[in-house]
Design a protein around this ligand. Sequence first.
Ligand SMILES: Nc1ncnc2c1ncn2[C@@H]1O[C@H](COP(=O)(O)OP(=O)(O)OP(=O)(O)O)[C@@H](O)[C@H]1O
Ligand SMILES: [Mg+2]
Length: 270
Amino acid sequence: MMDTSYRQFFALTKEPFGADIPRKDIMVTKALGAMEERIHYTIRMGAIALITGEIGSGKSTSLRYVLGGLHPSEYRIIYVTASSGSILELYRQILSELATDFTSSSRTAMTRKIKEEVLDLTHGKKMKVALIIDEASLLRLEVFTELHTLTQFEQDSKPYLPIILAGQINLVDSLRYRNCLPLANRVVARSHLKGSDLETMEAYLRHHLAIAGVNRMIFDDAAVTAIHQGAGGLFRKANHLARGAIVAAARAESTVVTAENVRLAATELL
Ligand SMILES: Nc1ncnc2c1ncn2[C@@H]1O[C@H](COP(=O)(O)OP(=O)(O)OP(=O)(O)O)[C@@H](O)[C@H]1O
Ligand SMILES: [Mg+2]
Protein backbone atom coordinates (compact mmCIF):
# COMPACT_ATOMS: atom_id res chain seq x y z
CA MET A 1 0.00 0.00 0.00
CA MET A 2 2.79 2.38 0.90
CA ASP A 3 4.66 2.09 -2.36
CA THR A 4 3.79 4.55 -5.08
CA SER A 5 4.31 2.34 -8.14
CA TYR A 6 0.66 2.97 -9.12
CA ARG A 7 1.73 6.52 -9.92
CA GLN A 8 4.27 5.31 -12.45
CA PHE A 9 1.84 2.71 -13.72
CA PHE A 10 -0.80 5.34 -14.60
CA ALA A 11 1.76 8.09 -15.32
CA LEU A 12 0.34 10.28 -12.56
CA THR A 13 2.64 13.27 -12.09
CA LYS A 14 1.52 13.69 -8.47
CA GLU A 15 -0.60 12.05 -5.80
CA PRO A 16 -4.09 12.03 -7.33
CA PHE A 17 -7.25 13.19 -5.53
CA GLY A 18 -5.35 15.33 -3.07
CA ALA A 19 -7.04 17.06 -0.14
CA ASP A 20 -5.16 20.34 -0.36
CA ILE A 21 -5.42 21.32 -4.00
CA PRO A 22 -4.45 24.90 -4.88
CA ARG A 23 -7.30 27.34 -5.52
CA LYS A 24 -6.74 27.36 -9.27
CA ASP A 25 -7.37 23.60 -9.34
CA ILE A 26 -10.72 23.75 -7.57
CA MET A 27 -13.53 22.60 -9.86
CA VAL A 28 -16.22 25.25 -10.24
CA THR A 29 -19.44 23.27 -10.06
CA LYS A 30 -22.90 24.79 -10.44
CA ALA A 31 -23.38 24.48 -6.68
CA LEU A 32 -20.14 26.38 -6.11
CA GLY A 33 -21.23 29.14 -8.48
CA ALA A 34 -24.53 29.47 -6.64
CA MET A 35 -22.75 29.59 -3.31
CA GLU A 36 -20.39 32.30 -4.54
CA GLU A 37 -23.31 34.48 -5.57
CA ARG A 38 -24.91 34.11 -2.14
CA ILE A 39 -21.74 34.91 -0.27
CA HIS A 40 -21.17 38.06 -2.32
CA TYR A 41 -24.77 39.11 -1.74
CA THR A 42 -24.52 38.50 2.01
CA ILE A 43 -21.31 40.50 2.29
CA ARG A 44 -22.92 43.37 0.35
CA MET A 45 -25.92 43.25 2.67
CA GLY A 46 -23.82 43.04 5.82
CA ALA A 47 -25.96 40.07 6.79
CA ILE A 48 -25.53 36.39 7.58
CA ALA A 49 -25.29 33.36 5.28
CA LEU A 50 -25.44 29.67 6.10
CA ILE A 51 -23.41 27.17 4.13
CA THR A 52 -24.39 23.62 4.97
CA GLY A 53 -23.54 20.24 3.59
CA GLU A 54 -22.66 16.73 4.57
CA ILE A 55 -19.21 15.79 5.79
CA GLY A 56 -16.78 15.92 2.90
CA SER A 57 -19.23 17.55 0.49
CA GLY A 58 -16.79 20.37 -0.24
CA LYS A 59 -17.82 23.20 2.11
CA SER A 60 -14.33 24.30 3.16
CA THR A 61 -12.94 23.93 -0.35
CA SER A 62 -15.79 25.99 -1.76
CA LEU A 63 -15.28 28.67 0.88
CA ARG A 64 -11.59 28.77 0.04
CA TYR A 65 -12.45 29.26 -3.62
CA VAL A 66 -14.94 32.06 -3.01
CA LEU A 67 -12.85 33.91 -0.43
CA GLY A 68 -9.75 33.58 -2.57
CA GLY A 69 -11.59 35.52 -5.26
CA LEU A 70 -12.07 38.55 -2.99
CA HIS A 71 -9.24 40.98 -3.56
CA PRO A 72 -7.22 41.56 -0.36
CA SER A 73 -6.92 45.27 -1.09
CA GLU A 74 -10.69 45.56 -0.88
CA TYR A 75 -11.72 42.81 1.53
CA ARG A 76 -10.55 41.89 5.00
CA ILE A 77 -11.64 38.34 5.66
CA ILE A 78 -11.53 37.06 9.22
CA TYR A 79 -11.48 33.28 8.92
CA VAL A 80 -11.84 31.09 11.97
CA THR A 81 -12.47 27.39 12.44
CA ALA A 82 -14.96 26.92 15.25
CA SER A 83 -14.35 24.78 18.28
CA SER A 84 -16.79 23.53 20.87
CA GLY A 85 -15.37 26.11 23.28
CA SER A 86 -17.03 29.12 24.86
CA ILE A 87 -17.82 32.43 23.21
CA LEU A 88 -14.62 33.75 24.79
CA GLU A 89 -12.66 31.18 22.84
CA LEU A 90 -14.27 32.40 19.63
CA TYR A 91 -13.56 36.05 20.49
CA ARG A 92 -9.96 35.09 21.17
CA GLN A 93 -9.72 33.45 17.74
CA ILE A 94 -11.21 36.49 16.03
CA LEU A 95 -8.89 38.83 17.90
CA SER A 96 -5.82 36.84 17.06
CA GLU A 97 -6.84 37.16 13.39
CA LEU A 98 -7.31 40.91 13.82
CA ALA A 99 -4.84 42.18 16.36
CA THR A 100 -2.09 39.97 17.64
CA ASP A 101 -1.15 42.08 20.67
CA PHE A 102 -4.46 42.02 22.51
CA THR A 103 -4.40 40.08 25.75
CA SER A 104 -7.40 41.00 27.89
CA SER A 105 -9.75 38.14 28.59
CA SER A 106 -12.73 40.19 29.64
CA ARG A 107 -15.74 39.61 27.44
CA THR A 108 -16.62 43.31 27.26
CA ALA A 109 -13.06 44.34 26.44
CA MET A 110 -12.82 41.70 23.75
CA THR A 111 -16.05 42.61 21.97
CA ARG A 112 -15.18 46.31 22.23
CA LYS A 113 -11.79 45.65 20.65
CA ILE A 114 -13.26 43.52 17.86
CA LYS A 115 -15.79 46.23 17.02
CA GLU A 116 -13.12 48.94 17.11
CA GLU A 117 -11.02 46.97 14.67
CA VAL A 118 -13.99 46.34 12.39
CA LEU A 119 -14.98 50.01 12.43
CA ASP A 120 -11.41 51.05 11.71
CA LEU A 121 -11.24 48.66 8.77
CA THR A 122 -14.57 49.74 7.30
CA HIS A 123 -14.44 53.49 7.97
CA GLY A 124 -10.74 54.17 8.37
CA LYS A 125 -9.39 51.83 5.72
CA LYS A 126 -12.55 51.67 3.56
CA MET A 127 -12.45 47.90 3.44
CA LYS A 128 -15.23 45.38 3.39
CA VAL A 129 -14.93 43.08 6.37
CA ALA A 130 -16.47 39.64 6.74
CA LEU A 131 -16.29 37.02 9.45
CA ILE A 132 -16.19 33.42 8.26
CA ILE A 133 -16.77 30.63 10.75
CA ASP A 134 -16.10 27.17 9.36
CA GLU A 135 -17.26 24.10 11.33
CA ALA A 136 -19.89 26.37 12.89
CA SER A 137 -22.08 23.35 13.65
CA LEU A 138 -19.64 22.68 16.51
CA LEU A 139 -20.44 25.95 18.25
CA ARG A 140 -22.33 25.82 21.52
CA LEU A 141 -25.82 27.23 21.65
CA GLU A 142 -24.67 30.00 23.98
CA VAL A 143 -22.30 31.16 21.25
CA PHE A 144 -25.15 31.48 18.75
CA THR A 145 -27.20 33.46 21.24
CA GLU A 146 -24.45 36.02 21.68
CA LEU A 147 -22.79 36.18 18.29
CA HIS A 148 -25.21 38.71 16.82
CA THR A 149 -23.98 41.35 19.26
CA LEU A 150 -20.81 41.55 17.17
CA THR A 151 -22.84 42.80 14.23
CA GLN A 152 -24.40 45.63 16.22
CA PHE A 153 -22.64 48.96 16.38
CA GLU A 154 -23.80 51.66 18.77
CA GLN A 155 -22.88 54.57 16.49
CA ASP A 156 -25.49 53.67 13.93
CA SER A 157 -27.50 50.63 13.18
CA LYS A 158 -25.87 49.72 9.89
CA PRO A 159 -24.31 46.30 10.31
CA TYR A 160 -20.69 46.23 9.21
CA LEU A 161 -19.82 42.67 9.96
CA PRO A 162 -21.34 40.09 7.66
CA ILE A 163 -20.94 36.54 8.93
CA ILE A 164 -20.71 33.35 6.90
CA LEU A 165 -21.44 30.24 8.97
CA ALA A 166 -20.44 26.93 7.43
CA GLY A 167 -21.10 23.50 8.85
CA GLN A 168 -23.25 20.43 8.90
CA ILE A 169 -26.98 20.69 8.45
CA ASN A 170 -27.73 20.66 12.20
CA LEU A 171 -26.46 24.24 12.14
CA VAL A 172 -29.90 25.16 10.88
CA ASP A 173 -31.59 23.38 13.79
CA SER A 174 -29.40 25.20 16.30
CA LEU A 175 -30.36 28.53 14.84
CA ARG A 176 -34.05 27.70 15.19
CA TYR A 177 -33.83 27.78 18.97
CA ARG A 178 -35.68 30.71 20.41
CA ASN A 179 -32.59 32.31 21.95
CA CYS A 180 -30.83 32.26 18.61
CA LEU A 181 -33.52 34.29 16.88
CA PRO A 182 -31.54 37.55 16.83
CA LEU A 183 -28.88 35.74 14.82
CA ALA A 184 -31.30 33.67 12.73
CA ASN A 185 -33.14 36.87 11.88
CA ARG A 186 -30.11 38.24 10.07
CA VAL A 187 -29.76 35.24 7.76
CA VAL A 188 -30.41 36.31 4.17
CA ALA A 189 -28.94 33.43 2.17
CA ARG A 190 -28.48 29.71 2.46
CA SER A 191 -26.50 27.26 0.39
CA HIS A 192 -26.65 23.53 0.86
CA LEU A 193 -24.08 21.26 -0.77
CA LYS A 194 -25.68 17.96 -1.64
CA GLY A 195 -23.87 14.91 -2.86
CA SER A 196 -23.15 15.45 -6.55
CA ASP A 197 -25.02 13.73 -9.35
CA LEU A 198 -23.40 11.07 -11.53
CA GLU A 199 -22.52 13.48 -14.31
CA THR A 200 -20.77 15.87 -11.95
CA MET A 201 -18.96 12.96 -10.33
CA GLU A 202 -17.60 11.86 -13.67
CA ALA A 203 -16.44 15.40 -14.40
CA TYR A 204 -14.93 15.48 -10.91
CA LEU A 205 -12.92 12.31 -11.50
CA ARG A 206 -11.66 13.59 -14.86
CA HIS A 207 -10.82 16.89 -13.25
CA HIS A 208 -8.65 15.35 -10.54
CA LEU A 209 -6.94 13.04 -13.03
CA ALA A 210 -6.07 16.05 -15.18
CA ILE A 211 -4.61 17.83 -12.13
CA ALA A 212 -2.31 14.82 -11.76
CA GLY A 213 -1.34 15.05 -15.43
CA VAL A 214 -3.54 12.26 -16.80
CA ASN A 215 -5.92 13.27 -19.58
CA ARG A 216 -7.10 9.77 -20.38
CA MET A 217 -10.26 8.60 -18.53
CA ILE A 218 -8.86 5.59 -16.70
CA PHE A 219 -12.14 4.75 -14.87
CA ASP A 220 -14.63 2.76 -16.91
CA ASP A 221 -18.34 3.66 -16.70
CA ALA A 222 -19.17 1.02 -14.11
CA ALA A 223 -16.29 2.26 -11.94
CA VAL A 224 -17.62 5.81 -12.11
CA THR A 225 -21.04 4.57 -11.04
CA ALA A 226 -19.53 2.52 -8.23
CA ILE A 227 -17.57 5.51 -6.94
CA HIS A 228 -20.61 7.77 -7.21
CA GLN A 229 -22.79 5.34 -5.30
CA GLY A 230 -20.15 4.29 -2.79
CA ALA A 231 -19.40 7.92 -1.97
CA GLY A 232 -23.01 9.02 -1.93
CA GLY A 233 -21.87 11.75 -4.29
CA LEU A 234 -19.56 13.20 -1.63
CA PHE A 235 -16.15 14.35 -2.81
CA ARG A 236 -13.85 13.34 0.04
CA LYS A 237 -15.14 9.78 0.08
CA ALA A 238 -14.90 9.75 -3.71
CA ASN A 239 -11.24 10.77 -3.39
CA HIS A 240 -10.51 7.80 -1.17
CA LEU A 241 -12.43 5.35 -3.33
CA ALA A 242 -10.88 6.63 -6.55
CA ARG A 243 -7.33 6.54 -5.23
CA GLY A 244 -7.84 3.12 -3.64
CA ALA A 245 -9.27 1.78 -6.90
CA ILE A 246 -6.29 3.11 -8.84
CA VAL A 247 -3.95 1.31 -6.46
CA ALA A 248 -5.94 -1.92 -6.86
CA ALA A 249 -5.96 -1.64 -10.65
CA ALA A 250 -2.23 -0.99 -10.80
CA ARG A 251 -1.61 -3.98 -8.56
CA ALA A 252 -3.65 -6.10 -10.97
CA GLU A 253 -1.74 -4.49 -13.86
CA SER A 254 -4.97 -3.34 -15.45
CA THR A 255 -4.72 -0.06 -17.36
CA VAL A 256 -8.45 0.49 -16.86
CA VAL A 257 -9.92 0.98 -13.39
CA THR A 258 -13.02 -1.17 -12.98
CA ALA A 259 -15.96 -1.38 -10.59
CA GLU A 260 -14.30 -4.44 -9.08
CA ASN A 261 -11.26 -2.30 -8.20
CA VAL A 262 -13.60 0.22 -6.56
CA ARG A 263 -15.30 -2.51 -4.54
CA LEU A 264 -11.94 -3.75 -3.35
CA ALA A 265 -10.96 -0.21 -2.33
CA ALA A 266 -14.25 0.19 -0.47
CA THR A 267 -13.41 -2.71 1.84
CA GLU A 268 -10.52 -0.65 3.23
CA LEU A 269 -12.68 2.33 4.15
CA LEU A 270 -14.89 2.85 7.17
N1 LIG B 1 -14.90 22.04 -5.99
C1 LIG B 1 -13.98 21.09 -5.77
N2 LIG B 1 -13.01 20.86 -6.69
C2 LIG B 1 -12.08 19.93 -6.47
N3 LIG B 1 -12.02 19.17 -5.38
C3 LIG B 1 -12.95 19.36 -4.42
C4 LIG B 1 -13.97 20.32 -4.56
N4 LIG B 1 -14.76 20.27 -3.46
C5 LIG B 1 -14.24 19.33 -2.68
N5 LIG B 1 -13.15 18.78 -3.23
C6 LIG B 1 -12.35 17.68 -2.68
O1 LIG B 1 -13.09 17.08 -1.64
C7 LIG B 1 -12.37 17.10 -0.41
C8 LIG B 1 -13.31 17.38 0.71
O2 LIG B 1 -13.81 18.70 0.63
P1 LIG B 1 -13.92 19.66 1.90
O3 LIG B 1 -12.86 19.40 2.89
O4 LIG B 1 -14.06 21.03 1.36
O5 LIG B 1 -15.32 19.17 2.48
P2 LIG B 1 -16.11 19.71 3.76
O6 LIG B 1 -17.54 19.74 3.36
O7 LIG B 1 -15.51 20.98 4.25
O8 LIG B 1 -15.87 18.54 4.79
P3 LIG B 1 -16.01 18.57 6.42
O9 LIG B 1 -17.48 18.42 6.69
O10 LIG B 1 -15.25 17.36 6.87
O11 LIG B 1 -15.44 19.85 6.89
C9 LIG B 1 -11.30 18.17 -0.62
O12 LIG B 1 -10.16 17.87 0.13
C10 LIG B 1 -11.03 18.12 -2.11
O13 LIG B 1 -10.09 17.13 -2.42
MG1 LIG C 1 -14.66 21.47 6.08
